[in-house]
Design a protein around this ligand. Structure first.
Ligand code: PEP
Ligand code: MG
Length: 324
């Protein structure tokens, strides 16, 4: 069985009725680069840049960041690499820059943190842009966006960094810019945000947490955390529709992309870019190749009529069993 999964590496992730899914990988460690490629990742859908920060004992310098980012970008070129700017706060704290908050998930997190620490942000953006030079595959991704002015501010930092780098005689290319949709307000503002961005990436872990008001790390309520909650499924259909309307490429990079039951519905919704851990790619590809999108559309219709996630999961598990 393992061998047959390995053989899938160079096969496309396509349903039996021709719906093609691009499978990207989530990473943040250099050690993941070759497993990603070996498992057939068609690019990096989410590079969690906080990981190299977490394994340092102080803020990495521009040069140190440049070396790491370049290695990743070069290894994947010409496949796309979406590098997310530092996403700390929430449950992710740097040991050399700790701060305490009453409600960390509603606090100084992601883009809110980096826009308040401009020197840090500029250093990171410069390192990314320098690392992307000579390649066409760098994309910059902003985490925790909840307001339009955050996108505008990041764009300004990118433009200023490019101007500075050019003044220093360093060649640069302009990266594509995307946002994570993980805060409900970003989903609802997508129409207004669309002119400022090139793509979106759904962080289904945080989107679920913020839609359902459930901290999934809190054991008292974690049973209420489920990506298949009807409200989450409804949000995902709204986002997919908006992205088609505005011609925005969209991928989904939360845990949901590696949950077989969820993938059945994501295919039906029309999600054709999923980003997941490298080791999960073969299994999800195998599953996609067993399915017919036409059948999944019927499942989605039933899921949309269901009252809760238990009912939905039961139905999807029946389907998974039938698929083998
Ligand atoms: C998410 O929120 O789904 C996501 C992919 O981002 P992270 O897990 O890094 O918060
Ligand atoms: Mg997130």
């Amino acid at each position: 069985f393992t061998k047959s999964l390995a053989d899938l590496k160079d096969q496309p992730a396509v349903t039996q009725d021709g719906f093609h899914v691009t499978l990207l990988t989530n990473t943040g460690l250099l050690a993941d680069v070759s497993p990603g490629l070996l498992n057939g990742a068609e690019g990096i859908g989410l590079y969690r840049s906080e990981i190299p920060f977490l394994i340092h004992d102080n803020f990495p310098t521009e040069e140190e960041q440049y070396q790491v980012y370049k290695e990743v970008i070069d290894a994947y070129s010409p496949r796309p690499v979406a590098m997310r700017t530092l996403d700390i706060g929430g449950d992710k704290q740097l040991p050399y820059f700790e701060f305490k908050e009453e409600n960390p998930y509603l606090g100084w997190r992601g883009v809110r943190f980096t826009l308040d620490n401009t020197a840090l942000l500029v250093t990171q953006i410069r390192a990314m842009i320098r690392a992307g030079h000579g390649r066409e595959n760098l994309q910059i991704l902003i985490p925790m966006v909840s307001r339009i002015d955050e996108i505008k501010s990041i764009k300004e930092v990118i433009e200023q960094s490019i101007a500075e780098l050019q003044k220093e005689g360093k060649q640069t290319s302009i990266p594509k810019l995307g946002i994570m949709i993980e805060v409900p307000s970003a989903m609802l503002l997508l129409d207004k945000m669309a002119p400022y961005i090139d793509f979106v990436s759904i962080g289904s872990n945080d989107l679920t947490q913020y839609l359902l008001a459930v901290d999934r790390n809190n054991p008292k309520v974690s049973r209420l955390f489920d990506n298949l909650h009807p409200a989450v499924l409804s949000a995902l259909q709204i986002i997919r529709e908006k992205c088609s309307q505005f011609n925005l490429p969209v991928s989904l990079c939360g845990e949901m992309a590696s949950d077989p039951a969820s993938v059945l519905l994501l295919i039906a919704m029309g999600y054709d870019r999923l980003s997941l851990s490298a080791h999960r790619i073969p299994k999800i590809k195998w599953l996609i190749r067993q399915t017919k999108r036409e059948d999944m559309l019927r499942l989605l219709q039933k899921a949309n009529e269901a009252e809760d996630e238990a009912e939905i999961r039961k139905m999807l598990n029946r389907k998974l069993k039938a698929l083998g």
